[in-house]
Design a protein around this ligand. Sequence first.
Ligand code: NAP
Ligand code: MG
Length: 496
Amino acid sequence: MTMTHDAPRALDSDLVVDGAQLIGGDWVPAASGETIDVINPATRDVLARIPRSGSDDVEHAVQAAEEALPAWRDLDATSRGRLLFRWADLIEQRADEIDEIERREVGRPSWGPLGVPGQIRFIAGQADKVQGVSLPTYSPEHLGFTLREPYGVVGGIIPWNAPGPMFAVEVGAAIAAGNTMVMKPAEDAPLTPLALAKLALEAGIPAGVINVVTGYGHEAGAAIPAHPRIRRMGFTGSPQTGSLIMEACAKNLTPLHLELGGKSPQVVFGDADLDAAVPAMAMGITLNTGQICAAGSRVVVLRSIHDELVDRLAAQMETITYGPWHQQVNMGPLINEKQHRRVLDYIGVGRDAGADLVTGGAVPTGAGLEDGFFVQPTLFDKVDPDMRIAREEIFGPVLSVIPVDDEEEAVRVANGTDYGLVASVWTRDVGTAVRMSRRLEAGQVGINSPLGAGVIGGPFGGYKNSGFGRTMGADSVLDWTQVKTVSMRDAVAVGR
Ligand code: NAP
Ligand code: MG
């Protein structure tokens, strides 16, 4: 179903600086002088250009971050927190503008109030709660304690699917701990991160604390973990790239955390409340056009309820509206041509493997859809757990239903992929909920609650190939610190 076609306004915001990136507080081009067009994936309109940076620009940014480090590290933690709170306030004041920039570059419709100010405030509140411990000693002449110190200049790389939140969470935690950072956003969605970095400067976070270097992953991106003076890395993206980042970090013995993909199961028991489960599952696979690491892309359903569930899911998915970002729809296009091809290829793979295509599966046509990378919400039934569509992350609005006989088989299938990001369970039975919470291999388990939603400050991250390390929780700031043990002796007393 599509909505009426009307033309949007041109992008007009002083938060978008055409052709420039932020290094040491200055808006600068790439050393190469080259740029990359950032397009709106619904219309292919060019929104702005970004510098195509490489290792020279990363070196420049590392130097800027090194210059900013001593003053930022030594600023008292309460003042650092206060600057982050001010940053959140400025973002909130211009929330509609930030949201519009993100909606245009990602191609998504409005999701309501912007979450980024709240995410930054949660982190800001942690800044002055980074504490060491006092240690017992062998004699009264000794004192012992630990200090939590920042690493120094750290690096980050984030994907395009939710550039605002990814940037806020990774940069916020790193700088709250007193590090300075070189961050590379994805070339498909760098404008929201650049806009947020601009507001950080306006909030008084000093020049060089946040440096945003733009460009391609294999150029600007690869230069960050390869840089020997980057002391810690955070990476969010695909397992394939994550593995490359880890290799580069291994060469420099740089610690890191990885937030990778998922193939998250939604386990539906016979006693599930389908009135709640069906809309949540349809939303979970179509929100951001399925381009969410936590998307519940496999429905593992007990046979007793299978037929009813599939009928209702198909009907629900057919109500999902799609169109360009400025319309009031549920779903936008995919991010780019490559992703479009990839999702359509996977739909072909599912068909060829013999899965039942229940609804969707095609590129929709109609007014306003001509230029975008649109694909219909797609439901496959009778999917075998060994099929590629059941094992590999598609990163599109494609949902696979896998029928199972009992709880044992449900657990085996749910845990039967290389991933372990999120798992959801739909049941009214407390015993089932307790057992499943323990048995599912995932960093987040939701009982009657998809996408790990509904809690504040929940640590977020993966089991197995979905990565390691946790962001977003109270410990996320601690992750960007290293521990120093200090022992002191009263030499005067001992010498006497
Ligand atoms: P990707 O290809 O791995 O890209 C992620 C980031 O890495 C981008 O900034 C990319 O830059 C950069 N990059 C690519 N190749 C690189 C290299 N050789 N060296 C250094 N950096 C490099 O992932 P994607 O396909 O864009 O994003 C989707 C993936 O991210 C999915 O697997 C999804 O599940 C995962 N994800 C995980 C989470 C989580 O929190 N667990 C959240 C969101 C997404 P360019 O794009 O500019 O080339
Ligand atoms: Mg890309």
